[in-house]
Design a protein around this ligand. Structure first.
Ligand SMILES: [Zn+2]
Ligand SMILES: [Zn+2]
Length: 434
């Protein structure tokens, strides 16, 4: 068979054998966020390009190399969202949510797009869960957001993840730090990659983010932002740590964490997985971005948030995924012979479905034997065979597929009542181990 085409590089199809795992994790994420009063927002997959230029930052890898940007038929520059924060903040401002109750707490599950080299744990289309909390400058808000993140990993039984935190300061304290960084990197200029050389003038902190081994080595001994924090930023960071300690949330301070985006101020953090199959991968992270709301045209409003890669979480979960409850099994399979039987099965199936049972009917006009084989294959609990005889007598047999025992069942008004009795009996016996 020669297929017309396959899925584009860096994308993945999530098949029914796996999709329930995604749904389970997604529901858990939104549910955990709702305990902290975060409410779901849904924003468009594409936005005007300037939104990301301004928010994510011109100097970042994301904007320079990774965005899916194109002109639409109206000659407007459109970009598929590379992350979720910018769109959420844009929507919040557009609909004046911050004029209502502060803080605004938003959660979302977004498909995001980055033109990256596909590799383990990295896709060009990926699913991101995020939370944004807008309106509080208090260190408790930072601790709360980190605590939410921590509680999610605990709920998922991902015990081999750890949190690294840092403060990237504010524009005030960063001025001196940039000077010191520049001076340091100037001295080691010869070993820096070309991208980092271009960062040297405009945004030297970005060099700490470079993954090239030479740059990493130089960055190792670079001055630490923590030595340059102004008193306000320093106090803020101390308070955040104090709250985390009180909540017994484990973390390491790592002054090398700057996150890949330009909008962060003060607290930043990352969650790193040490689970088999995702060792060393960053499952997510976030931080405070006190200037972003203003950058996007809103009033000066402190804010913070985080994002988690759902694909990476599933990767980290490995064998734990086997414990996720699967789709409800088929309760009843209707095997039918002839048009009249098909019609009756269709009606009875809907009666059962209205009572929350999972039901399937034959739609391939197969002979009886392959139909029963199919019922077995899908692990149906019961099968009801309908043919001419059953229709005429308004009586059928319902077969327990596990032990092949049969019971009579009426096909008239008593059908649902009798089915309930049989089903309850079946569940009771199962509980008793019969
Ligand atoms: Zn500062
Ligand atoms: Zn570099």
């Amino acid at each position: 068979m020669k297929l017309l085409t396959s899925a584009p590089r860096g994308t993945q199809d999530i098949l029914p054998k796996d999709s329930y795992k995604w749904r389970f994790v997604e529901n858990l994420l939104l549910d955990q966020a709702s305990k902290f009063q975060f409410k779901e927002i849904r924003t468009p997959v594409f936005e005007h390009t300037e939104l990301f230029l301004r928010s994510v930052g011109q100097d970042t890898d994301v904007v320079q190399k990774e965005m899916y940007t194109f002109l639409d038929k109206g000659n407007r520059s459109i970009t598929l969202r590379p992350e979720g924060t910018a769109g959420a903040i844009r929507a919040m401002l557009e609909h004046n949510l911050c004029n209502e109750n502060l803080p605004v707490r938003l959660s979302y599950i977004d498909s995001c797009y980055r033109y990256e080299k596909p590799q383990s744990g990295r896709w060009r289309e990926f699913s991101q869960f995020g939370c944004e909390m807008i309106g509080s400058s208090d260190p408790l808000a930072d601790a709360e957001v980190i605590s939410l993140c921590d509680s999610i990993f605990k709920r998922l039984s991902l015990n081999e993840t750890y949190i690294e935190i840092n403060s990237v300061g504010c524009p005030k304290c960063r001025g001196k730090y940039y000077e010191s960084l520049k001076e340091y990197f100037e001295k080691n200029k010869d070993s820096l990659c070309n991208t980092c050389l271009s960062r040297l003038e405009r945004n030297p902190m970005r060099i700490l983010d470079c993954k090239k081994s030479d740059c990493l080595k130089i960055a190792e001994n670079a001055p630490s932002i923590l030595d340059f924090l102004c008193s306000e930023c320093k106090e803020h960071f101390e308070e955040v740590k104090k709250y985390l300690d009180v909540a017994e949330i484990k973390y390491n301070v790592n002054p090398k964490i700057v996150r890949g985006l330009d909008y962060y101020t003060k607290t930043v953090f990352e969650v790193i997985s040490m689970h088999e199959g995702s060792k060393g991968l960053v499952c997510g992270g976030g931080g405070r971005y006190d200037n972003l709301v203003e950058e996007l045209g809103g009033p000066p409003t402190p804010a913070l948030g985080f994002g988690l890669g759902i694909g990476r979480i599933l990767l980290a979960m490995g064998d734990l995924l086997n414990f996720i409850p699967q789709y409800k099994a088929c309760d009843v399979y209707f095997a039918t012979l002839g048009e009249e039987a098909k019609t009756l099965a269709f009606q009875l199936a809907n009666i059962l479905r209205d009572s929350s049972f999972v039901v399937e009917c034959d739609t391939l006009n197969r002979k009886l034997k392959p139909q029963m084989k199919y019922a077995d294959k899908i692990a149906a609990k019961f099968a009801i065979v309908l043919g001419e005889e059953e229709i005429n007598s308004k009586k059928a047999k319902i077969k327990n597929m596990a032990d092949s025992s049969e019971k009579p069942i009426s096909l008239d008004n008593d059908f649902l009542k009798e089915f309930f009795e049989i089903y309850t009996d079946f569940e009771k016996n199962k509980l008793l181990g019969n």
